[in-house]
Design a protein around this ligand. Structure first.
Ligand code: 5GP
Ligand code: ZN
Length: 114
């Protein structure tokens, strides 16, 4: 059993405000939102980061993007737009070492990094 913050959220050992769940994916509100809508979308399977994806995870990542789009539609931001961010590793600013996709919306993002 993984001693990992997000695995504990998946197991219900740490409470979260869930917005989407299926057999493979969980999405919940970020505890420290950086935008009016800030949702974390994660695989239930523990994957440390984007850098540790395996070939067998390719389909799962596609499903995560489909879940993100469904959540965005449910949150009413499909047309206005949103930003999806994955921090990877130390230089990428990743703090929780369980792969997660930040879905950010509800404001216009001025800062263009890329
Ligand atoms: P990272 O910096 O690793 O890309 O993002 C980790 C995110 O997890 C941060 O945005 C942080 O606010 C969020 N976070 C950390 N601990 C918790 C928690 O216990 N519950 C929830 N819902 N979010 C958390
Ligand atoms: Zn984990």
């Amino acid at each position: 059993m993984e001693d990992c913050l997000f695995c504990k959220i998946i197991r219900g050992e740490i409470p979260s405000t869930k917005v989407y769940e299926d057999n493979e994916i969980l999405a919940f509100k970020d505890i420290n939102p950086a935008a009016p809508i800030h949702i974390l979308v994660i695989p239930k399977k523990h994957i440390t980061s984007l850098a540790y994806l395996k070939k067998e995870d390719e389909i799962l990542v596609g499903k995560i993007y489909s879940a993100i789009n469904q959540i965005a539609e449910e949150q009413g931001v499909k047309e206005k737009g949103y930003r999806v961010i994955v921090n990877c590793g130390k230089d990428g600013g990743q703090e929780v070492m369980h792969l997660h996709f930040h879905l950010l919306a509800g404001k216009q993002f001025g800062e263009k990094i890329v």
